[in-house]
Design a binder for this molecule. Sequence first.
Ligand code: AMP
Length: 555
Amino acid sequence: MAIIGIDLGTTNSLATVFREGKPEIVSNALGNILTPSVAGLDDEGNVIVGESAKERLITHPDLTVAEFKRTMGTDKGYYLGQQLFTSQQLSSIVLKKIKNDAEKYLGEKVEEAVISVPAYFDDRMRSATKQAAELAGIKCERLVNEPSAAALAYLYDHGWKDGTYMVVDFGGGTLDVSIVDSFDQVMEIIAVAGDNQLGGKDFNDAIFNYFCAANGLLEGDLTAEHRAAVYRMAELTKIALSTNPFAVMSVIIDDKEYSVTLDNNMLIKIAHNVFERVHDPIRRVLKDSRMSIDELEDIILVGGSCRMPTIAAFIAKVTGKTPCTDIDPDTAIAIGAGVFAGIKSRNENFKDIVMTDICPFSLGVSILDNYTKDEIMSFIIQRNSMLPTSKVQSYCAVNNNQSQSRFDIFQGESIYPKNNIKLGTLVINYDPVNAGEHTADVRLTYDINGMLMVDVTSKDGVTESKILMGSSRLSQKEMEATKERLEKIKFADSENEEDKLLIARCERIIEETYSFERDVLIDRLMWFKAVVDRGNTVEKRKVRAQFKEFLDGIS
Ligand code: AMP
């Protein structure tokens, strides 16, 4: 039974396995490293995940969903046709696909995984991720913070050198900046800061808006298909600018071509607020860790958006230090998760390495201020405390003859609870006391996986405990029901995955192409579909290769 490491990304997911003393990247059923975190339904109503689902984002937007990790742990629903799913359920579908493909690749059962999550994921999002794994039939005892995983990959690659590093992990939907210290085989995260609503998507949005404005198009007037096509071209234009001095973005809408030319200077201009937002967590993490840039051994860049030369240049400009770009930003986190799986299974090579983690946000309860009687925070666990941590705070009565206290537990940095995230409530009763007298002690315990436990002990010695549940954390009964529902979902046959991908790709190109070229494409598509329907394996193999070559020649 193998333990795999999974980078469950906003945009792409991938897996690694720790074998023969090293992390090995697992190829998916298509032989690719990255599986787009996109889920959809095919024409027969079966679930598809990955590349072919991504291709169908444009042609079948109502049957396909992407970027759902952003709402992990919330109740937000996504429709696939008539069926409604939460982010957790969709993630579980992606995880199941990763698991199935890994089992095929490894030729053995995968039972357990170490899954990476953004450091800024709160309790609810972490629990939802673990339960998504469980729904997919994967045991997940440990989550690993993405920056910790990135640092692990760096240290694995560069040798276990003592030093302090900054990890900038800039993906499709989140930015995490961390200070990681490696000393004497102990890897410690000293501070993290980030923005879980900032990612490559924001550059796509900026290009999308620029394109629409430059061509006099109103977003609201575009059909879902056209919007998806413009969005896709915006992303491709951004990616093209990573290796080219300029890029032409052009989209056909109702047989009319709209276009715009962009270079990196223009990108900096139209997305200046996105760059500025990248600076904030860098500033914050240095302040929190009380480190100066000179004390850093290196700056490690990971995440797809760090492929943008403008990002590396921006970070070099604001820090005055040239970042390291020699680890693959796409695979670093999965490799780190794989190394962590090795540590977890007590692999010989790693038995001495200790990983420590921190709580990336402050936790506390709301209290009434003595003077103003406003609700303010009483912080119990400070942001960036080392995990596991358990802290206790005593509280007093506000009124005379008080016999009950209500503790609302919040996560966040604002002094005002209303600006923070409420995690739950505990109420405790006791024999009456007067104002100013001791009522109860609140203990918050935050474990190594970021799970939060609250114990409130009254002055009379009675303790009420609660593992804080976010809205999407399911009870055992709900888990069973969800599992049953997901088990009923039929996955598309992975044998034909490559054929489905080629068909989806051709359909997408047809939608994006001029009409006279369309006829050729339609002709080729139908020819390929007929071969697939005939099901002759030898013929299919030959024609598939030709069809793929044909499509590769177009896009
Ligand atoms: P991740 O979540 O780490 O997979 O990162 C995905 C994000 O990286 C998406 O927004 C992609 O558009 C972006 N990305 C991937 N490759 C490149 C590239 N070569 N240049 C610019 N952005 C990229």
